[in-house]
Design a binder for this molecule. Structure first.
Ligand SMILES: [Fe+2]
Length: 323
């Protein structure tokens, strides 16, 4: 594929590898039409879309995000892609870093507005928290998580699919008494209370479980211990890194040969751009990724050839988790 063909293909894919224009009225109009078209269409409970690191900035200037104004557009392209799926997925999961940088309330309000068309189409949305999120602001905009989370003070969700439980854990290590716009620990955390709840949940369950969090499992020793003691954990999916990858995770366990497949998701903001689609049945889950672009650290209208190569190399990626 030469450069001209590459740019043409990117336009077909939605232009995400080039500079996406900031949120426009025509994107909203297209999304509204897609929501109307989705009405009454089949929703498949075995289809789940995995999105991560959407980093929405709700501080606006002239109607555009103050930081990385193309992020909302990049997310809207994914939303258009989801609403065009037939059948529609029953669930969309967002693996944290919902907010741009410091988890401001306005970031969550804007993200909620952008994501609303999914719910309007009858798709259930589940959000996780990353190191750029802040719990107080998140819970203010999404108070339902205070009620539904089985772990007090954390945003933990269990999405019960027909053949497997998908458990969204809360790996945000939020330092106490953070000042507004102050960064917190970048790496993940799993406190005793959450690890204990998870251990108990897995012990009582006879179904396979896919664990999910913003951070990779290796950053959380307590989580590693739970996985090692729980044979029903069949995979671990995370965001944070902004790159698609599928690495076997060898865990210390009573069964020395045991490995748990891990999946690192693309982002909608720098790195691998796109989303993954997970299809489940009684035997396992197949997670597929087809790149919709690559940029680092900002999109460019003159992308280097390595970006093009990365997009081509990640066009048809998939990984299988066995139940
Ligand atoms: Fe991120």
């Amino acid at each position: 594929m030469d450069r001209k063909e590459f740019l043409a293909s990117m336009l077909v894919l939605g232009g995400a590898a080039i500079v996406p224009s900031v949120a426009k009225a025509d994107a909203l109009e297209r999304i509204e039409k897609l929501v109307a078209k989705a009405s009454g269409k089949k929703i498949d409970s075995r289809l789940t879309v995995l999105l991560s690191d959407i980093h929405i900035c709700g501080e606006l200037k002239d109607g555009k995000s103050l930081h990385y104004p193309y992020n909302p557009t990049s997310l809207q392209l994914r939303i258009e892609e989801i609403l065009s799926m037939r059948p529609l997925p029953a669930n969309v999961l967002v693996f944290g870093d919902v907010a741009w940088d410091y988890g401001l309330e306005e970031d969550y309000r804007y993200a909620a507005e952008l994501l609303r068309p999914l719910e309007d189409a009858g798709i259930k949305l589940t959000l996780g928290l990353g190191n750029h999120d802040r719990r107080a602001a998140f819970f203010k905009v999404f108070p339902q998580y205070v009620q539904t989370s089985p772990v007090k003070g954390r945003a933990v969700s269990v999405v019960a699919l027909p053949d497997v439980d998908v458990v969204m854990l809360d790996s945000l290590a939020e330092k106490p008494n953070l000042k507004p716009r102050q960064a917190t620990t970048v790496s993940g955390e799993m406190l005793e209370s959450q690890a204990e709840w998870l251990k108990d949940f897995l012990a009582k369950s006879e179904r396979p479980a896919i664990l999910c969090a913003h951070h990779p499992p290796k950053e959380m020793p307590l989580l590693e211990k739970v996985i090692s003691a729980s044979p029903n954990v069949v995979g671990f999916v995370y965001g944070h890194v902004h790159y698609w990858s599928k690495i076997p995770y060898i865990i210390r366990s009573r069964v020395p040969q045991r490995m748990v497949q891990t999946v690192s998701l693309p982002a909608t903001f720098y790195g691998d751009i796109g989303m993954a689609v997970m299809e489940t049945n009684s035997k396992g889950a197949c997670i597929k990724f087809s790149s919709k672009g690559y940029w680092w650290p900002q999109p460019s209208d003159n992308p280097p050839k390595e970006w093009q190569r990365r997009v081509e190399d990640t066009q048809r990626e998939e990984v299988n988790l066995l139940f």
